[in-house]
Design a binder for this molecule. Structure first.
Ligand code: FE2
Ligand code: FE2
Length: 167
């Protein structure tokens, strides 16, 4: 399994917002599946992409503008590294960077980091945004078919099957 149960538990146990909220579990699960789909073409590291979905919003303290939540999510990953999170340093550094900088609107980075950011941005239509392809980082995410697919799921707040395991 890409995200071990004990790791998911450890992250969920400290999550302070409602699990069904805008930045809660169904968002994390769609980010996970967006990321895996984009990674299929972009060549991103699947493990890092999956871990980003779990950590990136895990330390939010509100559902609005929560500056610093990316860095706090990265910090949580660091705390769990070697405890519940078993990852080589190269992958850990990518995960840390992807989480820490995911709210900065950047588009230039390692392709794995770019894929993480795209996975998150592809779920923006859940709060009414229309995806601007220029804000996406990878060709793979800018594919109109991918954008249409992710937009439909975001608007419907589609609940991926993995949620069954997380609840
Ligand atoms: Fe975020
Ligand atoms: Fe997010």
């Amino acid at each position: 399994m890409m995200l071990p149960t004990e790791l998911v538990r450890a992250v969920l146990d400290q999550y302070s917002l409602p699990r069904h909220g805008t930045h809660g579990l169904s968002h994390w699960a769609r980010v996970l599946e967006n990321g895996l789909r984009v990674a299929g073409s972009s060549g991103a590291d699947l493990q890092v992409v999956a871990l980003f979905a779990l950590f990136h919003d895990s330390r939010r303290t509100n559902e609005g503008v929560d500056s610093g939540h990316g860095r706090r999510g990265a910090e949580l990953a660091k705390q769990l590294w070697g405890v519940h999170l078993h990852l080589d340093r190269e992958r850990f550094d990518l995960l840390h960077e992807a989480c820490a900088l995911h709210t900065d609107g950047e588009t230039e980075a390692d392709v794995t980091v770019q894929t993480c950011w795209d996975a998150d941005r592809l779920d923006l239509p859940r709060v009414g945004f229309v995806i601007d392809p220029q804000l996406l980082c990878t060709e793979a995410a800018r594919d109109p078919e991918v954008i249409a697919w992710a937009t439909g799921r975001a608007r419907a707040r589609f609940e991926p099957a993995v949620l069954q395991e997380w609840r």
